[in-house]
Design a protein around this ligand. Structure first.
Ligand code: HEC
Length: 111
């Protein structure tokens, strides 16, 4: 996994127009779990909220997505994916939130 951090960072850098440090799936899952995101989201299937792969697809090529989603997850909101809203997520650190959003937008890998 340490090796992946270096290699994946290079691969992600080629596809994701993101200024944030790339993290591997183990680190991302860790952050998502710690902050309760996985109670409402899965990588490849909609739960309460959209799957992270659907999010990656929706915002592919949108250079404002990182910033937009950072504030959306931080403040919560509704109406993009349906009637169900996401509550604000105040507990997650800025660095962790930036990292997982970069990971989501890069397109979470198959498991
Ligand atoms: C209580 C359930 C819940 C939790 C907890 C939750 N979400 Fe969500 N999330 C949602 C719902 C519902 C939506 C769809 C909102 C909408 O349609 O605008 C959403 C949308 C999103 C989106 C897409 C936003 C958009 O506007 O397209 C991202 C990215 C996201 N969540 C990431 C996260 C992350 C990261 C966490 C953890 C810090 C998290 N979510 C925690 C329910 C949740």
């Amino acid at each position: 996994m340490r090796l992946c951090t270096a290699i994946c960072a290079a691969l992600l850098g080629a596809t994701a127009a993101s200024a944030f440090a790339a993290i591997d799936s183990t680190a991302a899952t860790d952050i998502l779990q710690k902050n309760n995101c996985l109670a409402c989201h899965a990588v490849d299937a909609p739960l309460v909220g959209p799957s992270y792969r659907a999010v990656a697809k929706k915002y592919a090529g949108d250079s404002t997505a990182t910033d937009k989603l950072f504030h959306k997850v931080r403040d919560g909101g509704t109406g993009v994916w349906g009637q169900v809203g996401m509550p604000p997520n105040a507990q997650i650190s800025d660095a962790d939130l930036q990292s997982v959003i970069a990971w989501i937008l890069a397109g979470p890998p198959e498991h």
